[in-house]
Design a binder for this molecule. Sequence first.
Ligand code: DGY
Length: 318
Amino acid sequence: MKIVITCKLPNEAIESLLETYEVVMWEVENEPMPRKRLLEEIQDADGLFTNVADQIDKDLLAHANCLKVISTMAVGYDNIDLEEARKKGIVVGHTPGVLTEATADLTFALLMASGRRLVEGMDIIRQNKWKSWAPFFLTGQEINRKTIGIIGLGRIGLGVARRAKGFSMEVLYHNRSRNEEVEKEHDAKYCELDELLERSDYVVLLAPSTKDTYKMMGRDQFIRMKNSAVFINTSRGTNVDEDALYEALNSGEIFAAGLDVFDSEPIHSNHRILQLRNVTVLPHIGSAAIETRMAMARLASENLRNGLEGRPLVHQVK
Ligand code: DGY
């Protein structure tokens, strides 16, 4: 059987695939397989090993004549046309669980960096603009004992809540539905979205990308937030109206934002949001810790092998 791997991976992460199948792997570091090549390779592939950088859409799947399994090295699968895959009898696997802690770490790091203006401080030193210690120079927002509002309290959200408790923060959350067990265990309080936005000092967006969450953070939501509030997004860029976020940051409607994800990735360096002083940006690296990425690659390999050999996937997208 033939499998296509759209990104370069270390051999030790995909040993079992290399031993068993004919593997076509894109060999260029840090770049996805070009669409044209993927369209060619997918035609006679039985398995596809993909990630969030590829668009597995209707057009691509129309070229797949014998594809049985799509395995994405990610927890999110909004880049995959699930309906089309289902119609063609293709099963889809993903990698929840193994990236929870690394992504929660990065989310909290971004929260701290944005609240306390860490990157601005580094830029000032690099540009030789640091004149002296001064009482209100680069003052940010405290974190300890503040209120954090988590939109989307799933695995990663709970990881962020645990970290927040270490900083004696009050934890509010908003989900589609309330979970009283989780509330007791994590001392988190359920709020309607508007109340969460009004009360939180840090608003952390971790909702999956669906048609219901598309641009769920827009002008009305940013207006509800405190002027001192910090907004963090480590979910998907499509969950945010970037024009509204730009306006909110530029007008001082909110204090700062930390973003690991964007509406269109990679974001171009001339994007106007990058001109703002109060935005901290990262190139979608929530899960980018070495051990985590190895675990994700191994789990994605196992999903792919299980699917190709007729066994249940470890994590199949429902
Ligand atoms: C995911 O897993 O969905 C992330 O966005 C990439 O690690």
